[in-house]
Design a protein. Structure first.
Length: 405
């Protein structure tokens, strides 16, 4: 089957180079001349002659360097798999280790090619009735690790770290709620543990669908009281993904199903699905920012699952698309919407913390200044890699989402 390829506009404001993210002005922030002082960034994290805040910066920057490299590699591999599965030519390998291998303004990155192939197939085969069902999963930073950060950074100061609940933005707090998850919150269903639902279901709706129900084979029915597929509007029944609660009195999510948002009544297992806010007393803001960035980067994440419902008998390309979405979309979805975004936010905070340490160079010895500059550069480079990986994942997922129910 021939597929007509239309132009896919890559967001030029989002395809950032390493220099634009890492910041070409890091050295300019350093203040005193460090030209006669060298620093082995790899070993300085354990060097007692280096200021403690700089050592922490170096330690966490090293962690982010590895995290960024791993994230970049997994997103690149997933996009390359999608592109090749759908008949795209390899135009990304020529970019080598450059961030352009993932996405760039010339549409030659692996995620560019993957998105183009997805767009072409879905536009040419709209009669396959595409619908995307998603179980996003979530990431949970460890509050015990965060309290250790607070103690480390506040030194002798006595400071109450608070609780998961007091250090988490209310909308990002999830728990097992014994009563009602309030309206505007979400019940977080999974394939193995469906949530009760009265509202918009991102996964498979098993129940009454007010709107259009698309089955696993791409069959569409309107206002189906026995929907087993993606519901375009409101689902009343069970949901294998997030159910955005729309009923005024709220909803009991079901046994062991997590509520994201405000729970009315007793709850257990509170977890935060984003970075913790700073403690009430902060002695060293740069230290807290660097350490909490490390906590966010090490968050434990539930794996997402994705299915593209459609009539795969329309043509071979549609069948290939459904198969590669199932196999590779969990990686790009995690990069674009859950783990990748959390880690990128943490990296940006680490980069800012590094620049703040460099700006405070008047308080540091020459060796520490040189190491701070080196650590800030490592953090900036890691941020650049993470940013392009997140953007590449978003490009692919949003291209598909825009063409599916």
């Amino acid at each position: 089957m021939s597929v007509r390829m239309s132009s896919l506009v890559v967001w030029p404001s989002l395809i950032l180079t390493a220099s634009s993210i890492a910041g070409c002005s890091i050295e300019a922030l350093a203040g005193p001349d460090t030209s006669n002082t060298s620093c082995d960034v790899g070993s300085a994290a354990s060097d007692a002659n280096v200021d403690v805040s700089v050592r922490l910066l170096l330690q966490v920057s090293g962690e982010f360097k590895d995290t960024a490299a791993n994230t970049r590699a997994t997103v690149l591999a997933a996009c390359a798999n999608i592109a090749k599965d759908l008949g795209g030519g390899d135009s990304w390998s020529k970019h080598g280790d450059s961030n352009d291998a993932i996405a760039n303004g010339d549409n030659t990155g692996a995620c560019n090619v993957a998105a183009l192939r997805i767009q072409g197939i879905m536009d040419a085969s709209a009669n396959a009735n595409f619908a995307l069902v998603v179980t996003k999963g979530a990431c949970y930073p460890d509050f015990a690790a965060q309290t250790k950060c607070d103690a480390q950074c506040n030194a002798e100061a006595k400071c109450d770290s608070g609780t998961t609940e007091t250090r988490c933005e209310p909308a990002a707090l999830s728990c097992t709620c014994s009563s009602v998850c309030k309206v505007s919150g979400s019940c977080r269903g999974t394939v193995s543990l469906e949530a009760n639902c009265t509202g918009k279901c991102e996964g498979t709706c098993n129940g009454e669908c007010k709107g259009t129900c698309t089955s696993a084979s791409g069959t569409k029915t309107d206002n189906d009281k026995n929907c087993r597929g993606k519901c375009s509007a409101s689902c009343s029944g069970k949901c294998t993904g997030d159910c955005k609660i729309e009923v005024e009195g709220g909803l009991n999510c079901g046994a062991n199903v997590r509520c994201r948002g405000e729970c009315e009544g007793a709850y257990t297992e509170p977890k935060c699905e984003t970075s913790f806010t700073p403690p009430k007393c902060v002695v060293d803001a740069s230290c807290i920012a660097a350490c909490s960035s490390s906590v966010s980067a090490k968050a434990v994440c539930d794996p997402p699952s994705v299915e593209l419902l459609c009539n795969t008998s329309v043509n071979a390309d549609v069948a290939k698309l459904a198969a590669t979405v199932r196999a590779n979309f969990p990686v790009v979805l995690a990069a674009a919407q859950t783990q990748g975004k959390l880690v990128l936010d943490a990296a940006l905070r680490l980069k800012a913390a590094g620049e703040a340490v460099v700006k405070s160079s008047s308080k540091l010895n020459a060796h520490s200044i040189a190491c701070a500059v080196g650590g800030a550069k490592v953090a900036g480079d890691a941020t650049a890699k993470l940013s392009v990986a997140v953007q590449g994942g978003a490009l692919v997922t949003e291209t598909c989402t825009a063409r599916a129910q």
